[in-house]
Design a protein around this ligand. Sequence first.
Ligand code: SF4
Length: 239
Amino acid sequence: MTLGHIHSMESMGLVDGPGIRTVIFFQGCALRCKFCHNPDTWDFSCGELTKPEELVKKICRFKPYFKNGGGVTFSGGEPLMQPDFLFEVLKLCKAEGIHTCIDTAGYGMGNYDEILSYTDLVLLDIKHINPTNYQEITGQSIDRFNQFLKALNKHQTPIWIRHVVIPGITDHPIHIKQLKDYINNISNVQKVELLPYHLLGVNKYKTMKLSYPLSNIPAMDKDKTAKLQQKFFGGYDYV
Ligand code: SF4
């Protein structure tokens, strides 16, 4: 029996995929993004231990809300770091006819072929496109992300891309243009969304007695982000 470590659950999510979604936040992440606003999800040993059937039973309670294209989104933390549990849960959700989505930074492990066979949509968070900057921002090598990208291309999984725009780090138009070129080489991208860097997670660092790596960087201007979005991606839809 594969048990999962679950951080929390949101019953009526509206921003993590199409329609109304139940969002399941997995515990555990191997990245240490400098702008992470969920450091409380990092530790793999925390969270509520759950059986796949138990979790899917909870998700099924919200099925009436999934009618207009909604479903379930597995987020985190990093759902791909609990691949066996994720696979079991995805399979059970598909057997229930539920639309499945993974919200991921693509830094996982396990059998991506199995996982993607039961995944309808991937919300892919691109931390950076340049290996050196990726390592600088996340603390890890970009290799595992590239492996996941390869699996996505193989499966032709529909993808919605997200990228956090950070003042002085990822907000330069040259960088956004390079991001666009990079995205043009990924199959099946349906949406691209630039997200302005915000400071909402900073208090969690204080509570957890961790130092905040970007303490000298202000929140990203929302209008500037919207302008970059419009200039390079012409809105969100990218088909
Ligand atoms: S991938 Fe997500 S949860 Fe993990 S460190 Fe980065 S922002 Fe935080």
